[in-house]
Design a protein around this ligand. Structure first.
Ligand code: GLU
Length: 303
């Protein structure tokens, strides 16, 4: 359906692919080929159009924060906001400074501190959070091959000193209820989940469909919760570049440091792009450009 348009975008962004820097603070990510680029658009009828490396799997990293937030929000509803805020942080995703000023209550669930609180909540709520998370993703994308990458999870564990600092700091304020090692282990595993653009585009479709998974008709979030989760993606989903993303792309979205960005247009579609080289905010450089071109050329925007 969007084949011609994607080809046009792909041709136009060629000079941008590879610009920026692959994340190297997690050693297992640093060997990614910066020249890779994939894009998938999935419309509300589940028709997928893809181009480039859309079948290549990569670690979803912070995009996982949307799925864990959904699982916690589903159960706790607005009670969730007692432990994490919903304001943009205006700070880097792993910043410690704000957390100290705000007494261990993270600004939002999409910065690392906030995601760690959500992870802690899932450990309290679920008997087997790792398996439940994978099962949830399999259901969302209607596919069975979703796994953790043990090498990436281990690499994050060995170098995750800032995340360890964040979780310990929140524990000292009583905002982490479980063992810090257990929280970090689940967090590093959720970041290591391997998916491709097509799988992610399908998985985000429930957020474009008022909280209902289109292929199974199963409700994941209430209509109001889906609206609210999209609002948080719009204001907080791209680290300290969320304002730019709203301005240039005009859709709610979430990025990850392996170079993936997933975005949705309510009642119409979900789009995932992936290209590993990041801009200085930690978002895929070519991915941002491709989404900007997509919404500019189609005129699609929530505004
Ligand atoms: N695993 C990464 C970290 O915690 C995720 C960061 C991201 O994608 O924003 O540093």
């Amino acid at each position: 359906m969007y084949q011609k348009l994607l080809e046009e975008i792909y041709a136009e962004i060629q000079p941008e692919i590879g610009k920026g820097k692959v994340a190297d603070y997690i050693p297992a990510l640093k060997n990614a080929d910066p020249k890779q680029f994939g894009i998938s658009v999935c419309n509300i009828n589940q028709e997928v159009t893809s181009l480039g490396d859309a079948q290549q799997r990569f670690s979803i990293q912070s995009i996982s924060k949307v799925f864990t937030l959904t699982m916690a929000f589903q159960v706790l509803g607005d009670k969730l906001w007692e432990r994490v805020g919903k304001e943009p942080s205006g700070n880097p995703f792993n910043s410690l400074i704000q957390l100290e000023r705000e007494n261990g209550i993270p600004r939002n669930p999409f910065i690392n501190a906030g995601a760690l609180v959500i992870t802690d909540i899932l450990i309290s709520l679920l008997d087997n959070p790792k398996q439940d998370l994978l099962s949830f993703l399999k259901e969302l994308c209607n596919c069975s091959n979703i796994h953790f990458d043990p090498v990436i999870a281990q690499s994050e564990k060995e170098h995750g000193f800032t995340n360890a600092a964040l979780v310990n700091y929140m524990k000292s304020h009583g905002n982490i209820k479980n063992d810090v090692e257990e929280v970090l282990d689940l967090y590093f595993h959720q970041c290591s989940i391997l998916m491709n653009c097509e799988q992610l585009a399908k998985s985000f479709l429930f957020l474009a469909n008022h909280g209902v998974i289109p292929h199974s008709n199963q409700r994941v979030l209430t209509r109001s919760q889906a609206k609210r989760l999209n609002a948080i993606m719009l204001s907080c989903g791209l680290y300290d570049q969320a304002g730019d993303f709203a301005y240039l792309v005009g859709l709610p979205g979430k990025s990850g440091v392996a170079g993936g960005i997933s975005a949705i247009m309510p009642e119409q579609m979900s789009i995932t792009v992936w290209s590993p080289a990041l801009n200085r905010h930690g978002n895929s450089h070519a991915g941002m450009k491709a989404l900007e071109l997509f919404t500019t050329k189609t005129g699609i925007s929530i505004f």
